[in-house]
Design a protein around this ligand. Structure first.
Ligand code: NOJ
Length: 735
């Protein structure tokens, strides 16, 4: 009898449209016992069976679901697999609370888009929103409700392998990309059947790992933390992100998965976030090796009290949370609040109304890798490419060449263009550079492919054949870089040169005297000084996803004029790291006339390629930079205009960038800060007047008292094609 009443109660909660989500959350909470509440805060990973290539949650997991002891799974996907588990949750468990399934859909589920760092090169938030929309559509069709993305960590150190997962070094660009991805994944309505909850990660400061070594200690001032590292997270929260992931690292002695200051004071109290926080994989358990928890029970106590709502894989909440609540070490208020946050997102996703809404095998088949999605991956891919050098306009190549040598370990790789974190991306879906060129040129141009060498290792056995191919050809396209397994989690590098014998290989090919285009595939800025000096044309393509080869061929042959700009600084040597454009001036900025200034004895201070850099097949001239006022009040906006002319002979797009410098503040300010940009299309010979509005919000920073304010004083404005090549103007803010 009791069971029947409960069933009707839960059904009425599920199907009642009139109640608000908050009322429905409260009514479910009121029915839950202690164990069921803990269950909602537990997440386990389903195992991937490499033999059968299917996701296999264990029988033990299924038992837990039927008892309401687990609220979420990661790494379980596919309409059938999710349906089977969901059925257990909503038919066998006492309260029938649906599970939420999450996966790392970082740049696509099966249709793999460019890696996030590459996408950031587009400087096109609307396009990136569309990319995330497509990714969500595909992911949702496989029974997923949630992606652990966007990764919005600011990264100033290319040794850190995870730089590839984010949008680079700048808080303004990073914030726009963060918001775009959240909006793309979540759409307008989280309960639609093609939207998924986003997860801004890794909260926070993870990208500041000392020495660029993954998981390493982070230490920084609260000002830098807030002004730089927290900005994209705040943008994600403002865009309505459903969840955040607490990070592995500590800052100033406080592991972030145990930081009340971060997870409660800043996130909930200051920012008003009402979704839930999931830990990173075992990051609650890692409070023990960090040295702030004596055992797993203690770790659970710290984690939940700090504000980690869901425990990914540590089993800390599973084993100890109920006791901690019974013992009063975790208050009912804190505990219930966490449960409510998880239920709230499940309600917003519409899971209580239709727990199976994402589990439809036919829809899944129709959606995965459909033509529209594949087209979108090519569009985003070609727009992500950055032209780093193009001496004497070697590019675009003419289509009437008779023979091209396409060389290098990445020229015909089916695997590497997928990049890291490629979910269900399959090498068989990838168009390689060799294939892309054949698609473009048909049989009219002969393509000689030779690998020459591997990405890594010391063998030069393949050099001979590659040199021969180069000698027989009119042009050489050299595809070199890193293999995809060299980037992402736990993939830090101490050297940023090309691995293996690749540079020697390039030098050997160079000796043939043939014109060479280097196509780079890599997950981080590399130190490519010799190449940059000697090779006439260089394309940075990162990992472009399944349509990499077609997109690269589009650019090589001028069917698309490249428009990407770097979201991160390229160092000349590792010794310069960290190197980023928005650094402070110091008391002794570099002065070549003065020995006692800030520089290296044995190295230039400048980067190899600055932030915001990227060429086009055409050229753009900037003139007539003007401001509508020279003095504004603290609460006023300023209009900045500039003429941009396409002075070359090809139509093209330009990212017009605006930076400011606050000359005197109550605290020191960066030498430049990106505050606005716009991407414009100009026909050859065409001019446009571009206008920006600098609002008071854009001028705020944390002052000496940690208040977020506009300070009166003198400012410089810089507008240009990258962070170094700019025109200048000045204005003042008066009280
Ligand atoms: C650990 C990674 O740090 C995080 O980014 C990822 O989302 C989780 N594992 C789940 O796979």
């Amino acid at each position: 009898m009791k069971k029947i009443i409960l069933f009707f109660l839960v059904c009425s909660i599920s199907f009642s449209q009139k109640k608000t989500i908050e009322q429905r959350v409260d009514s479910v909470l009121a029915l839950m016992n202690l164990e069921e509440k803990v269950g909602q805060l537990v997440q386990y990973s389903g195992g991937w069976d490499t033999g059968t290539q299917t996701v296999k949650p264990s029988e033990a997991h299924e038992k837990l679901i039927s008892k309401g002891k687990v609220g979420s799974f990661l790494n379980v996907f596919g309409a059938e697999s999710t349906k089977r588990l969901q059925k257990i949750a909503v038919e066998e468990s006492r309260l029938k609370i649906p599970l939420i399934f999450g996966l790392d859909v970082i740049h696509g589920f099966r249709a793999i888009f460019p890696v996030p760092l590459a996408e950031a090169c587009t400087w096109e938030p609307e396009l990136i929103q569309l990319s995330a929309r497509w990714q969500a559509t595909e992911a949702a069709s496989t029974g997923l409700h949630w992606t652990f993305n966007p990764m919005v960590d600011i990264a100033r150190d290319p040794r850190w392998g995870r730089i590839v997962e984010g949008s680079g070094e700048d808080p303004y660009l990073g914030s726009l990309m963060a918001a775009a991805r959240v909006k793309g994944y979540q759409g307008k309505n989280l309960s639609a059947n093609n939207t998924i909850a986003a997860c801004a990660k890794h909260f926070a400061g993870y990208g500041g790992a000392e020495g660029g070594r993954d998981y390493n200690t982070v230490d920084m001032s609260e000002r830098t933390f807030r002004d730089v590292y927290l900005k994209p997270f705040h943008a994600a929260v403002k865009a309505g992100v459903g969840t955040l992931m607490s990070s592995f690292n500590e800052i100033g002695g406080v592991p972030q998965s145990g930081s009340h200051f971060l997870l409660t004071d800043i996130l909930r109290k200051e920012w008003g976030f009402d979704g839930f926080v999931v830990s990173d994989w075992n990051s609650v358990g890692e409070l023990i090796p960090h040295g702030i928890a004596k055992d797993l029970k203690h770790a659970a106590q710290i984690g939940i009290n700090a504000g980690v709502d869901m425990d990914m894989e540590a089993s800390a909440y599973f084993n100890y949370l109920a006791d901690l609540v019974k013992e009063g070490k975790v208050s009912n208020k804190i505990f219930d609040e966490s449960v409510k946050r998880v239920l709230r997102i499940k309600f917003r996703l519409g899971l209580f109304d239709d727990p199976y809404k994402y589990c439809n095998s036919e829809y899944e088949k129709k959606t995965i890798l459909n033509n529209e999605i594949v087209k979108a991956t090519r569009e985003v891919a070609k727009r992500s490419i950055v032209l780093l050098k193009n001496k004497n306009n070697l590019l675009p190549l003419k289509k009437n060449l008779s023979r091209i040598a396409v060389l290098g370990p990445l020229a015909n790789s089916k695997d590497d263009p997928l990049g890291p974190w490629s979910a269900q991306g399959k090498p068989g879906d990838v168009v390689t550079v060799v294939e892309g060129l054949k698609n473009k040129l048909g049989n009219k141009v002969e393509i000689l492919f030779e690998e020459g060498c591997k990405v890594d290792g010391s063998s030069q056995d393949g050099f001979g054949k590659a040199i021969e191919a180069a000698q027989k050809s009119e042009v050489v396209i050299l595809c070199i870089g890193e293999s995809r397994s060299m980037s992402a989690e736990a993939r830090s590098r101490a050297y940023l040169d090309l691995p293996g014998v690749q540079e020697t290989f390039v030098k050997e090919i160079y000796k043939t005297g043939k014109p060479i285009v280097v196509v780079l595939m890599n997950g981080r800025p590399l130190t490519i000084n010799w190449i940059s000096e000697n090779i006439p044309s260089i394309l940075e393509t990162w990992y472009l996803g399944i349509q990499a080869g077609n997109a690269i061929a589009d650019v090589l042959f001028g069917d698309y004029n490249p428009s990407g700009k770097l979201p991160v600084t390229f160092p000349r040597y590792v010794g310069q790291i960290p190197i980023y454009y928005n650094h402070k001036n110091t008391g002794r900025p570099y002065d070549p006339q003065n020995h006692y200034t800030s520089y290296y004895l044995d190295l230039e201070s400048t980067p190899l390629y600055p932030f915001g850099f990227g060429l086009s097949f055409t050229t753009f001239d900037y003139s007539n930079l003007s401001l509508n006022k020279n003095k504004i009040k603290k609460n006023e906006s300023l209009k900045v205009s500039v003429d941009v002319k396409n002075s070359g002979s090809m139509d093209g797009e330009e990212v017009v960038q605006l930076y400011i410098r606050d000359l005197v503040g109550s605290v020191t300010r960066p030498v430049k800060e990106l505050k606005d940009f716009t991407k414009i299309f100009l026909k050859a010979g065409e001019s446009k007047r571009v206008e920006f509005t600098i609002t008071p919000e854009k001028l705020k920073f944390y002052d000496i008292n940690m208040n977020f304010v506009v300070e009166p004083g003198d400012f410089k404005i810089f507008v240009g094609t990258n962070s170094e090549d700019v025109k200048e103007a000045s204005f003042s803010i008066v009280d």
